[in-house]
Design a protein around this ligand. Structure first.
Ligand SMILES: Cc1cc2nc3c(=O)[nH]c(=O)nc-3n(C[C@H](O)[C@H](O)[C@H](O)COP(=O)(O)OP(=O)(O)OC[C@H]3O[C@@H](n4cnc5c(N)ncnc54)[C@H](O)[C@@H]3O)c2cc1C
Length: 284
């Protein structure tokens, strides 16, 4: 964990752009409330294939104009061309955006053409080549190994390549097993990878959604956690209370071990993120 202990500890929040106007109105209230925590930045996801482009832009603009926080749009390769990325980067630069989360994305079902960028590393390289240091580039990292990587060494090899193309820091896929992060950092250190790798934290509020999400992205929900969550059945309040305790403890353990902060997948809800962050102790 030595490589990570040298960085200051920050926290950041992630939102996804809602499809409907009522959803957008609700999100704006959530953003306003969570902005009181003063995160380092608020990131906004981007639908692969540009499916949420307008809504991502609207949300990013809302954060920039209505809070004192930095907004960080996500950008994906899928369906993108050099021209479409250039146009979006021009817009972001004009808006004063300083940070971009650069990803590959996943091909939506029925879509065959990934576009001009095959991997996140291609996008990172393109942004660095054309914009220099205009944007701080965040990339994704996978302590439990990306589901399409044949093994963890291959996963690390391509992660290193992404870093060498110009990534400035990384946010991990969420995980519930502290050791997966510790061993991932250890593996990065042995492979000469040195940049802040911020654990992504998924709050637990709904059993079915968590299981569905986790199956899709290859994050493991450990058996003990699954069993306990299952046992609450319709008792949502007890499930949420237990979920909060688990996530609070994991987040604090990561910070105590020297992780350079935590990135919360807020799922567009104030709680439990607000309460968990308020109760975290960061290294001064
Ligand atoms: C913090 C975070 C935020 C996210 N935000 C979004 C979002 O806003 N929108 C969205 O659609 N998705 C998002 N995702 C999901 C992400 O797009 C998927 O996990 C996707 O499958 C991989 O994206 P990546 O950027 O990690 O891809 P890459 O780094 O390109 O890796 C994808 C796979 O290809 C392999 N690989 C990489 N380079 C090469 C190469 N040169 N040759 C062969 N294999 C290679 C890797 O090992 C890996 O298995 C997010 C994920 C995280 C962790």
């Amino acid at each position: 964990m030595k490589s990570q202990q040298q960085y200051p500890q920050k926290f950041s929040l992630e939102f996804f752009p809602p499809r409907t106007e009522p959803g957008m109105d609700k999100l704006k209230n959530v953003i306003t409330e969570l902005a009181t925590l003063n995160p380092q930045y608020m990131s906004v996801t981007y639908g692969a294939g540009g499916t949420t482009q307008e809504k991502t832009l609207e949300t990013v603009r809302y954060i920039q104009e209505n809070t004192n926080n930095e907004a960080a749009p996500h950008l994906t390769c899928i369906g993108a061309s050099e021209q479409s990325v250039t146009e979006l980067l021009d817009t972001y630069e004009a808006m004063g955006i300083k940070r971009i989360v650069a990803l590959r994305g996943d091909l939506p079902s029925g879509m065959m053409d990934p576009g001009e960028f095959k991997y996140a590393s291609d996008l990172v390289k393109f942004i660095k080549d054309t914009r220099g240091d205009t944007f701080h580039l965040e990339v994704a990292a996978y302590p439990e190994t990306h589901p399409q990587a044949r093994n963890c060494d291959i996963g690390i090899k391509w992660f290193k390549n992404k870093v060498e193309q110009g990534a400035d820091s990384a946010i991990t896929q969420y995980f519930f097993n502290f050791d997966s992060y510790r061993y991932f950092i250890d593996n990065c250190e042995r492979n000469g990878i040195d940049l802040p790798i911020i654990p992504g934290i998924m709050p637990i509020t709904n059993y079915e959604n968590l299981i569905r999400f986790s199956e899709g992205c290859g994050a493991e929900v450990p058996r003990w956690l699954k069993c306990r969550l299952e046992s609450y059945e319709d008792d949502t309040e007890s499930l949420k209370a237990f979920g909060k305790e688990v996530v609070q403890e994991l987040s604090q353990k990561l910070l105590d071990a020297g992780a350079p902060g935590v990135h919360f997948y807020s799922m567009n809800s104030v709680e439990p993120t607000l309460d968990i962050v308020k109760n975290l102790t960061f290294k001064s």
